[in-house]
Design a protein. Structure first.
Length: 286
């Protein structure tokens, strides 16, 4: 009889659900120069963004270690789990998923490790993990859960608008922008998480207000014909604007079964800065 655990990494924002989803996470470290904070333990979103605003330092992050992953998997074995499904941040944004994948051989015969490249981050990644956990709790077999996770990955899309592109550029998380970084820094582009899970500029726009309007137009166009969608809005120290976006979706999307609002966890915020508004959707029924 299989017993399935679902795990993720801290980038998924599961610390901010208001309840314990029962999904262990591998935690990154935020580095402000010589200061080091474990995301979700030593520092949380509100304190992190206050520090980010006041700091001249653009922070970096350190991914969870192999030892931390092995300690988690050893504990799961002790608790009687036969399988673990890891819902990982996009492979294009971090090496965490590949690191876990590399442990499959090490644990063969003791724990079956399955990794889902969610091709996203923030609570869009977290939503996939939460759905996987729900299905595991309902007794679904591993392959069916993995199929549903892959369906969600294939039927989502996210856009976001950043206030200051220096963070993405410095940390190397912005793809396809090498030729026009200088001009990008003067504008407020609409960014998207593409089908590969990369952050790429979608459209170059002069103002954040117009960029936000354009991103909303694109989402509305993409979900118009879907029967049921789940919408997630996220922000970094821009809660009032984010609440306006939530209101917009609630008033204009009769096919939305839910519109959620979440802060972005520090491990992701370190790469995008303050004042970011992002939103994405999952098409649950076409």
């Amino acid at each position: 009889m299989s017993k399935i655990a679902v795990v993720s990494d801290v980038n998924a924002g599961l610390d901010y659900l208001g309840y314990d989803p029962g999904i262990p996470v591998l935690r990154s470290v935020i580095n402000f120069g010589e200061e080091h904070f474990v995301d979700g333990i030593d520092i949380r979103a509100d304190e992190f963004y206050r520090k980010l605003q006041a700091s001249p330092v653009i922070p970096s992050t350190s991914a969870p270690t192999v030892g931390e992953a092995m300690a988690l998997f050893d504990r799961l074995i002790e608790e009687g789990y036969t399988d673990v499904i890891m819902c990982s941040i996009s492979y294009k944004l971090s090496s965490i998923g590949q690191m876990v994948e590399n442990l499959q051989e090490e644990y063969r015969g003791r724990l079956n490790i399955h990794v889902v490249d969610t091709k996203t981050a923030t609570y869009l990644q977290g939503f996939i993990a939460v759905q996987a956990k729900r299905l595991a709790d309902e007794g679904w077999p591993v392959e069916k859960i993995l199929d549903f996770c892959r369906y969600l990955v294939d039927n989502m899309h996210a856009y976001f608008v950043v206030d200051d592109l220096r963070y993405l550029v410095k940390n190397g998380r912005l793809s396809g922008a090498a030729g026009f970084v200088g001009s990008l820094l003067k504008i407020k582009p609409v960014l998207e998480l593409d089908r590969e899970g990369r952050i790429v500029p979608k459209e170059k726009i002069r103002t954040q207000k117009r960029a936000l309007e354009r991103a909303l137009e694109m989402v509305m166009d993409e979900i118009r014909d879907a029967k049921r969608v789940h919408i997630i809005v996220e922000h970094t120290l821009a809660e009032e604007k984010a609440k306006e976006v939530v209101r917009f979706f609630k008033e204009n999307c009769p096919n939305a079964v839910a519109v959620e609002l979440h802060p972005v966890t520090p491990a992701v915020g370190a790469h995008i800065g303050c004042g970011v508004i992002g939103f994405g959707y999952f098409i649950l029924e076409k």
